[in-house]
Design a protein around this ligand. Structure first.
Ligand SMILES: Cc1cc2nc3c(=O)[nH]c(=O)nc-3n(C[C@H](O)[C@H](O)[C@H](O)COP(=O)(O)OP(=O)(O)OC[C@H]3O[C@@H](n4cnc5c(N)ncnc54)[C@H](O)[C@@H]3O)c2cc1C
Length: 424
């Protein structure tokens, strides 16, 4: 890719808003902006439906889907309902029910196969008026406060240039503008990796709750954890996350490592007896990423194209949708000629919620949050505050665990440790 590339590509098109990528952040922004009557173009490298990881939503997503007008499009997918998270560790079970939470708002959501979910959102954006092109990669970018430009390449190698009044980067792991503008910066989270697949034949036993994501903790290493995300009809997404060295040490190749790690956790080993994998075991590593700034002259960066933390609390799509529903009205105001403070109205509040998730993720990996979750006796109000954040309401300043996440998690974990309940 060329940074600020001004090649001889002819200028063939103009649009109000050009969006790079048609995942959840791109589709939601496209739907919202198209409904305001703007000419919106989405350039998507892949052909849909396509597989993507990130299948467990948080209830906060429902608010954003409603705001951008895509809730009904998503609902038509009849996805697996989800009302919380269940946890298992060494024979101990715990659960958080999102319907019992401190912050008002939806308490349920879905577990989705992303091929279908993303297709529905993008079709919904199209119905709202967005023009979507597949098989088009964005390869160059010229920032400009009034007329930024992007360079496109199709699958036959033909190139063209589009000028817009504003560009939104929703390219996810493609991180197009972070790279092209050299704003890319490494995440401060340690490098971890995931091995995952889809299975079928998982009908579960009597105490298996399909309406919750199941998160397991490795019996001996509490920084290795598992997910099981049920879909309808006995299908499920199953994965394990560990430091790269621990992943590599678990076997000779990725299928063997996946099997060994799954067998190490008794509940997962039991549940997965007799299921059939229906996808190859896939490895994703080093997915945590960051960016110095989420906006610049004529552009803003959404979802995973900006900062991505860690999959443990399924915060990715919530942050993606939150970013697009913050950015879209600001784009509208800017194109109407109003002054917009991208720092105060976009980056700072978005990063505030991300910081709350980050505190929870750090507390998970240092063991504090596991101590809290597996602790049996907890004041119901405290449980509801934790539940609200794990349901995605990480921007609710009325919740004491939002405003002082780290300090409160630390003291709560210490209080739990003083008592006798089991903890990893
Ligand atoms: C192991 C793992 C598990 C996860 N589990 C969850 C979970 O349970 N729940 C959750 O909410 N999140 C989860 N996530 C995170 C989730 O995958 C992302 O946060 C989410 O997909 C971000 O949405 P997005 O729209 O920003 O980007 P994406 O969904 O990645 O969409 C970006 C789109 O941009 C396109 N694109 C890329 N480059 C270009 C280019 N140059 N030109 C044109 N188009 C381009 C891509 O083809 C893609 O379709 C997980 C992540 C990992 C790594």
């Amino acid at each position: 890719m060329d940074t600020f590339d001004r090649t001889s590509s002819p200028l063939v098109e103009h649009t109000d808003v050009a969006i790079i990528g048609g995942g959840p952040s791109g589709a939601s922004a496209a739907a919202w902006l198209s409904r305001q009557g703007l000419d919106v173009r989405v350039f998507e490298r892949q052909h849909f439906p396509r597989f993507s990881i990130g299948e467990s939503l948080l209830p906060q997503c429902m608010v954003h889907l409603q705001t951008c007008g895509l809730l009904d499009a998503a609902r038509a997918g009849n996805f697996q309902p989800k009302n919380g998270a269940a946890f298992c560790w060494n024979g101990n079970d715990a659960a958080i029910d999102f319907r019992e939470k401190f912050t008002p708002g939806p308490g349920t959501t879905w577990q989705v196969e992303r091929a279908d979910f993303d297709q529905r959102l993008l079709d919904g954006a199209r119905e709202a008026g967005a023009h979507v092109e597949h098989g088009i990669s964005v390869t160059g970018f010229t920032p400009d406060a009034r007329q930024p430009q992007i360079d496109l390449r199709d699958e036959d190698g033909a190139t063209r240039r589009v000028s817009a009044r504003f560009v939104l980067d929703a390219s996810g792991y493609g991180r197009v503008l972070a790279r092209l503008t050299e704003l890319d910066c490494p995440s401060t989270l340690p490098t971890r990796g995931a091995l995952f697949t889809h299975v079928e034949g998982l009908y579960g036993d009597d105490d298996y709750d399909r309406e919750k994501i199941l998160i397991g903790v490795h019996p001996e290493q509490d920084d290795i954890w598992y997910w099981l995300i049920p879909f309808p009809d006995g299908r499920a997404s199953v994965g394990v996350v560990a430091g790269i060295d621990d992943l590599d040490a678990a076997g000779d190749d990725d299928p063997a490592r996946y099997r060994a790690l799954m067998n190490a956790e008794p509940r997962f080993a039991e549940l997965l007896k007799g299921v059939t994998p229906v996808r190859d075991i896939t490895r994703l590593a080093g997915y945590s990423s960051n960016i110095e700034r989420l906006y610049g002259p004529g552009f803003a960066v959404l979802g995973n194209a900006g900062e991505f933390l860690d999959p443990v609390f399924s915060s990715g799509i919530t942050i993606a949708l939150d970013s697009s529903m913050r950015a879209a009205p600001l784009v509208m105001r800017q194109l109407e000629g109003q002054a917009v403070d991208w720092d105060a109205d976009f980056e700072a509040p978005l990063r505030e919620g991300i910081a709350t998730f980050r505190a929870f993720i750090d507390a998970w990996y240092d063991g504090d949050l596991q101590r809290i979750i597996f602790h049996e006796r907890q004041a119901p109000r405290v449980r509801e505050m934790l539940s609200a954040i794990l349901a995605g309401y990480a921007w609710d300043r009325d919740n004491p665990f939002v405003s002082a996440s780290r300090r409160r998690l630390k003291s709560l974990a210490q209080a739990c440790a003083l008592e006798t309940s089991p903890s990893p």
